[in-house]
Design a protein around this ligand. Structure first.
Ligand SMILES: C[S@@+](CC[C@H](N)C(=O)[O-])C[C@H]1O[C@@H](n2cnc3c(N)ncnc32)[C@H](O)[C@@H]1O
Length: 444
């Protein structure tokens, strides 16, 4: 052993913690079996001493220690940065939801249980692109910050407010019709999109009635059919209303429904009146909601992502069961399927009028409804959610039944840059697949 080696070994033995010296001594005192281990320990130590000695002599000791430390720090930052995105200000429930699926899984989670998309007559789609939506979001966030009704529980949240604003300012209608006004938030959204265009609003209760209890919005350029003047959309003399507003082409009118009525009924009424551009706020997924929706109508075996199995041992049943615990609107097969394994609509029911009316329909009727819808559909476009749940912290819609969001999970910088991180998380908890339709009479 060289002089340097001896010095190093002495130095190491001095640094060795006292209990380590004691335990070696104790093992020796006990004699017998432990002696082999002691000699092994010594052998390992002498290898370590030789390696350290070699590195010290060649001058690589400190550079290798520094490189090692850098590798450890960098890999630890990479591993934990994924969590940093989700953890900020989130509830433990939210974190467990993300951990359950894993962050990577979340990114590809959207649509994993199928997103039934209604078939249009000629496969036409909307003109706007992802880039347009992103640009729209940038413009809309400061507008939404100015909303008069900050807490719009039971009305639209951020996602659908953006959707309605975006579609309206893109289409630039000459008249906007709204069915279902509540405190007037959606009227306000329509007004932001088209500052000078007249609005016709139908709702049993005038929004001003809510002013007694808190904020509400009443528009100056809006004709209200409310209170004793209330007329249901299906009973309105639209010819008279349109003449009064100087509208000659009904394709220049946008109709917005947020009245929780059977959407097949509303669609037929809108077609009869000759309207072409329709927006339905609550486009509930199969098994959920208080009225028959377009999404439900298009949920058919022959549609990609459509049709369901009530078999309790199926993959779908297992996946649904797990997801039920994490997303309020997710339904497991027990909830999805009604008597006779009826999964369509809501447990085989066609619901209407806030579920004050519900009628059991056969699968044959449900199928016929979808064929009718296809015969009048020119465009079907579901608004995507504005951002992934790791960003918005929404707990309601199940991403597995939803198309990919505009701002995807993991894009926290973009979410922040758009100003979306400034909102209370509750505004993101109202997404139910708002849909824009372009319709025309069936071709013979
Ligand atoms: C969910 S709220 C509308 C929310 C509103 N659009 C918003 O974003 O704040 C549903 C509204 O529909 C109204 N309503 C009920 N039956 C209706 C009908 N047949 N026609 C129009 N509105 C109806 C209710 O009184 C209620 O104000």
């Amino acid at each position: 052993m060289t002089k340097v080696n001896k010095m190093l070994e002495r130095a190491l033995s001095i640094r060795r913690p006292p209990h380590a010296v004691e335990s070696v001594g104790a093992a020796e005192d006990d004699g017998g079996d432990e002696t082999g281990d002691v000699s092994k320990t010594r052998k390992h130590m002498s290898i370590a001493v030789r390696v350290t000695n070699y590195l010290t002599r060649t001058g690589y000791f400190w550079p290798i220690i520094v490189i090692g430390l850098v590798i450890v720090i960098v890999s630890s930052v990479i591993i934990h940065s994924r969590d940093l995105v989700c953890i900020s200000a989130s509830s433990s429930d939210h974190i467990s939801r993300l951990r359950f699926f894993g962050f990577d899984a979340l990114e590809s989670d959207f649509g994993s249980l199928g997103v039934p998309w209604c078939r249009s007559k000629h496969g036409k789609t909307v003109e706007w692109t992802y880039k347009d939506l992103l640009k729209g979001l940038e413009e809309f966030v400061p507008i939404y910050e100015m909303r008069p009704i900050k807490n719009n529980m039971h009305g639209m949240g951020f996602d659908h407010s953006f959707g309605l604003w975006f579609i309206t300012q893109w289409l630039k209608p000459e008249l906007m019709i709204e069915s279902g006004a509540f405190k007037g938030h959606s009227t306000w959204v329509l007004r932001q999109a088209m500052p000078d265009t007249p609005i016709v609003s139908l709702s049993p209760r005038h929004p001003e009635k809510y002013l007694k209890k808190g904020p509400a919005y009443v528009d100056e350029n809006c004709t209200y059919f409310t209170g004793k003047d209330f007329v249901d959309f299906g009973s309105m003399d639209w010819g008279k209303v349109l003449r009064k507003h100087g509208i000659t082409d009904r394709s220049h009118v946008l109709v917005f429904f947020d009245d929780h009525q059977n959407e097949l009924k509303r669609l037929k009424q809108a077609l009869k009146a000759g309207f072409k551009h329709l927006v339905f706020e609550d486009n509930y997924d199969t098994g959920t909601g208080d009225h028959y929706s377009l999404r439900q109508i298009c949920d058919q075996f022959y549609i990609r992502g459509g049709g369901h199995s009530c078999f309790k041992d199926s993959d779908e049943a297992r996946i649904r069961y797990r997801r039920r615990k994490f997303w309020e609107k997710a339904v497991d097969v027990e909830e999805l399927c009604g008597p006779g394994e009826a999964w369509w609509g809501v447990r085989g029911q066609m619901r209407d009028d806030f579920n004050h009316s519900n009628k059991a329909i056969s699968y044959a009727e449900h199928f016929t409804n979808s064929r009718f819808l296809e015969s009048v559909l020119d465009v079907y476009w579901e608004l995507p959610p504005v951002a992934g749940p790791s960003l918005t912290h929404q707990t309601r819609y199940d991403p597995a039944r939803t198309s990919a969001p505009i701002v995807e999970d993991g894009r926290y910088r973009l979410f922040q840059r758009l100003g979306l991180s400034r909102f209370d998380t509750s505004v993101f908890n109202g997404y139910t697949q708002m849909v824009y339709l372009q319709v025309s009479r069936p071709e013979t």
